[in-house]
Design a protein around this ligand. Structure first.
Ligand SMILES: C[S@@+](CC[C@H](N)C(=O)[O-])C[C@H]1O[C@@H](n2cnc3c(N)ncnc32)[C@H](O)[C@@H]1O
Length: 263
């Protein structure tokens, strides 16, 4: 494991159980609607889903763009690309979608060619946020919209772990994120990339049932792989979380920055 590139390597190769868990976790659910509202998606649009993963969001975007539109998924991981292609084909959107395998942080489309660019939970992993935002700016048509949804790991809460224990865990896991505080950087970043009418909203839901446990499991695995935490201590954290879910004292909050701007 190379610590310097792990933020990327753990997406280039995703272990089978993480792959299956992601396919389930990244499915579009109706309660996620507020995440997309500002993107103003309409039939007939050409839409990019940057970092599309196994295609859950791309499928929803294809439903909205309809047969007269086109959705371009882009991802670093070859297996996600295959899964997204299959999910879109199986749902009848094969002709109205293209999924690109891109390892070079570029979008294989021409300048000013897309009406909407959506990017959800990817920016903390790209090697150069400014370069990726410039790439988004390049492909969005004048008057088109780029809509980025992302976390800021400095705003993560997991109770009843408390600040000190969570910080210790995140410190050990942070090699998995190139820019853990990406969320707070997007507003100024989009302005600097030349977008107009940049707006920002923060949405925060409290998970009290354990739906977001996978996020914590991943964090513990990253910390263990990096050898930066005593494995027994990491497992004790997970056990504490499981117990808190059982006794009803658990709460996890990971606010999402929604940054919307015009090309
Ligand atoms: C947390 S997942 C989010 C997936 C999807 N956007 C969603 O929210 O359902 C991050 C995704 O970004 C992809 N990714 C990471 N770094 C990337 C890069 N530099 N270029 C393109 N995709 C990247 C990963 O392969 C993975 O599919």
């Amino acid at each position: 494991m190379d610590e310097a590139t792990y933020y990327r390597d753990h997406w280039v190769e995703v272990e089978p159980e993480r792959l299956n868990a992601y396919t389930e976790m990244f499915k579009w659910r109706p309660e996620m609607e507020p995440l997309l509202a500002a993107a103003d998606l309409k039939p007939g649009q050409t839409v990019v889903d940057y970092g599309c993963g196994p295609g859950g969001l791309a499928l929803e975007l294809a439903r909205r763009a309809g047969p007269s539109g086109h959705v371009h998924g882009v991802d670093l991981n070859a297996e996600f690309v295959g899964l997204a292609r299959k999910a879109l084909r199986d749902a009848g959107f094969g002709d109205a979608t293209t999924v690109h395998h891109a390892m070079d942080d570029k979008i294989p489309l021409s300048d000013a060619s897309v009406d909407r660019l959506i990017c959800k939970n990817v920016m903390e992993y790209v090697p150069d946020i400014a370069a990726t935002l410039a790439e988004f700016r390049r492909v969005v048509k004048p008057g088109g919209i780029a809509h980025i949804i992302d976390s800021d790991w400095g705003m993560l809460l997991v109770e009843p772990l408390g600040h000190a224990k969570l910080s210790e865990l995140f410190e050990a896991a942070k090699l998995a994120y190139h820019t853990p505080h990406a969320g707070r950087m997007l507003y100024s970043g989009m302005k600097q990339a030349g977008f107009a009418n940049v707006s920002v909203k923060i949405l925060a839901n409290a998970d009290t049932r354990g739906h977001m446990q996978l996020v914590l499991h991943n964090m513990v695995n990253y910390a263990k792989i990096g050898g930066r935490i005593d494995p027994d201590r990491a497992d004790a954290v997970l056990a504490e979380v499981r117990q808190s879910i059982a006794d009803g004292t658990y709460m996890m909050v990971l606010p999402q920055f929604l940054v919307t701007a015009q090309g």
